[in-house]
Ligand binder design. Sequence first.
Ligand code: DCT
Ligand code: MG
Length: 439
Amino acid sequence: FTDSIKAREPVPVQDKHVIAQGGDAVECNQASEPTVQSPVPEYSCQRSTPLKHHNSRFCEAMELLQDYAEMREGDDNYMRALAWRRASCVLKSLKFPLTNIDQLKGAKDVGKHVEKVLQSILDHGTSDEVEKVRNDPWYKKMKIFTKVFGAGTKTAQEWIEKGWTTVDEVRQNYTKGDWRLRFGLAFHEELMELVTRLEADNFTKFIKHQCETILPGISVELCGGFKRGKTHGHDIDLLFTHQSTGKEVGFLPRLLSVLESKNLILCGKWNRGTYTEEAMYSDSKRTKNNQLDHFEKWIGIIKFPKKWRKSISEEEFFSDENVSADLNSYEDSEPAKKKLKTNELSPEDIAAQSRSWIARRVDLIIAPYDQYFYALVGWTGSKQFNRDIRTYAKRTHNYAMTSHGLYDLTKRKSLPAKSEKEIFDILGVPYFPPEERNC
Ligand code: DCT
Ligand code: MG
């Protein structure tokens, strides 16, 4: 089955001078430059935000300031980061390139500080504030270190305090860390190479094929940035469900053992689902073990045979022998095989081997069908879209929204949905397809 949603019908052009889409509007008369029509819908989830837009240079600058604020501790910085992101989202949803600050009159989330930065970029092509951050040695190091799989801002800060400036230096000196960091450091360069859409499609196809024997009827959906139309991403997010709620129980361990038997798993962690009724209304806060939600999931690194980088014929693709043959060429090499079995081979040793695969970050998430469409919205993102639609739900309706569902906090009841469109309808938000949720 598929999520049977048709793309939102384009809003007809009401007047040759006004282009309106999903509540966001641009006044565009011949005599003057276009301006946003007031009021701009307050929440980014009420506006269409395409991947390609007209204001990249402004958004890049504001998101750099957001990034910088996010790396620094404290509530003030958290709020600052959010403010830069919100302003950037407004610019992303404009249907015209900004050429004059007055065009933003009436736009929400564009305060004096934002205006100052934008004005500077309009006047000089750059902003001193942005360039100062861009060249800040601390920021540069944080930027490098927080890209390592498993390293958050705290770990990155710790490495900077040790005086390390490159990932190589960390690799040579850092002996602590969980499995994520050990593999993240060893395979850093490879994991920094973005996953292509073709690789993501090939992997999805491969998984779907395995599912046919493991659990017929299970649905597999490629989510995250790829679902929003991105051609590259830092990982692959696959969401699974089964229309008969309950059938999905026990599926993930079976899929993992198939992947294991084909020697496709480099490392990873399986997390049991921790969902309880209470999680439904306990807002969108992170779970105890710092997970985004309570779904059963596997987070890890898969060994992608290099041939998955290209288009592959059906026959070649689904021949199991081909997948294992590729990997066996590595596994058979002695003493690697023996060492692997006895766990003597370190992540660094594995990375240094000549191999026919590359490391790719993969998340596998299981959603029971009665929570599925909320999970689909959540795992499609973007992160900011989720933030905004959840804030909107709370402030406008007193609903708690998570990837598990929508809960009416006043009436104390949950609001189930049978499609993504229904979720938007319940909330009174115009339906935007994933490609327009790139805020
Ligand atoms: N998500 C979220 N909050 C976060 C992180 C993620 O709501 N803090 C949601 C939104 C997208 C989805 O989970 C997948 O997350 P990522 O893979 O981190 O993001 P992405 O949009 O898929 O980006 P990329 O293409 O780089 O993987
Ligand atoms: Mg992703």
